[in-house]
Ligand binder design. Structure first.
Ligand SMILES: Cc1ncc(COP(=O)(O)O)c(C=O)c1O
Length: 391
């Protein structure tokens, strides 16, 4: 039995995984062009091109670039008219901005449980949480795996609700051949530096609805109606505009997205096969209808007791020590007091709680961009931890 690195043994791996984010001459060329041609913000041709290219890649007619995924969510909710007195259904297992965006509109997040196989919103739990105050459902495409959009859209149709996709992690993901960002009324994407496409920061709202896109565009531009004039503020809004330099970087990143996502999917399929052979490890499932998964995260459920660890944190520490980047992921939304006191929790969210406390281990997307022999190190590290407690 090899001594674990966390106990002073030799780690499985000392070499780093691919650096993220990365860029090449494409970004340099785009940014120089943006600097030279100007303007650097409002009116920039780069921003307009990026909005059109990103939206069209996601099968959506309209794209409205903004400062972050968080502002994209907030603006989308405002465009949908969500506000004081409304309720918005969100999954318990997500980044806190999914809920704070709702709170910032004056509405109340209603936190529901997720599916054990994907950790995406449970349509049954969402249905059970609907009241006469419910205005909108926010399916989060966690890790880049589309939520069950057939059932979410059916439910929304039956109950007269709006759907905002939180696609912050899901650039290029597809549900039955249709890209996320075109499935709900509106969608929000993030370009934070960890994301599969990034400019350091940034976000975009996509939609197929002209009126909603017009409203979102006005809201991120201080409530202007630019067709009327620069100082024609026709509604309450904010300056959430993206810069031309961000758009330039993102145009180059978008051109690389398909190829990188294809590599992530291949690596994930390999890890799925190898890691499922290890007793006590279950990768999250990819539903058949999820025809493309962006694998922003590769998430496995680990029975850490089987590995001889008393907590998930200990397991994560030991895997890190073996040279494998990973972390323990989200806490459920309601574990943050400032969210809990502004939300409603109609039922138990034990699936999200168990995933968060005991099981879910996250491996970041750049690991999936490595070569096969590097992925083999990931498998070896899991096997080493497992053999440490094979009795
Ligand atoms: C699921 C989810 N929603 C929303 C966000 C917010 O995006 P940003 O960090 O760009 O504000 C993120 C990313 O951090 C996310 O992962």
């Amino acid at each position: 039995m090899q001594k674990l690195a966390v106990k002073g043994g030799e780690p499985v791996r000392r070499r780093p995984f691919p650096k993220w984010p990365f860029f090449d001459d494409e970004e340099v060329k785009e940014v120089l062009e943006a600097l030279r041609e100007g303007p650097w913000s409002a009116g920039s041709p780069k921003i307009k091109l990026f909005e059109e290219e990103f939206a069209s890649y996601h099968h959506a007619k309209y794209g409205v670039a903004c400062t972050s995924g968080s502002t994209a969510l907030f603006v989308a909710l405002k465009a949908l008219g969500v506000g004081v007195g409304d309720e918005v259904i969100v999954p318990a297992y997500t980044f806190l901005a999914t809920a704070t965006a709702v709170i910032d509109t004056g509405a109340k997040p209603v936190i529901v449980d997720v599916e054990p196989s994907t950790l995406n919103i449970s349509p049954a739990a969402a249905e059970a949480a609907i009241t006469e105050k419910t205005k909108c459902i926010v399916p989060v495409h966690l890790a880049g795996c589309p939520a069950d959009m057939d059932r979410v859209l059916e439910l929304a149709e039956e109950r007269g609700l709006r759907v905002l996709e939180d696609a912050a992690q899901a650039h290029g993901a597809e549900w039955r051949g249709r890209r996320v960002g075109s499935l709900g009324d509106l969608a929000a994407f993030s370009f934070y530096q960890s994301k599969n496409m990034t400019a350091g920061e940034g976000g975009i709202i996509t939609s197929n609805d002209e009126e909603l896109a017009y409203l979102a565009r006005s809201l991120v531009n201080v409530g202007r109606d630019v067709r009327k004039g620069w100082y024609e503020h026709v509604r309450y809004g904010w300056n959430f505009r993206m810069t031309a330099l961000q758009a330039a970087v993102l145009r180059a990143q978008l051109r690389r997205l398909s190829e990188l996502n294809r590599r992530r999917m291949m690596s994930a399929a390999y890890l799925d096969r190898r890691l499922s052979e290890i007793d006590g490890v279950k990768p999250l499932e990819r539903p058949e209808k999820a025809t493309a998964h962006s694998y922003h995260l590769y998430i496995v459920r680990v029975d850490v007791g089987r590995f001889g660890f008393s907590s998930k944190e200990e397991f994560v520490k030991a895997l890190n020590a073996e040279g494998i980047p990973c972390n323990a992921g989200y806490k459920p939304l309601q574990s943050y007091q400032f969210i809990a006191e502004r939300s409603r929790l109609p039922a138990s969210t034990h699936v999200a709680e168990r995933a968060s406390r005991d099981e879910a281990v996250w491996i970041p997307q750049y690991v999936l961009l490595a070569e096969k022999e590097d992925l083999e190190d990931v498998v070896k590290a899991f096997e080493k931890l497992r053999s440490n407690n094979s009795g």
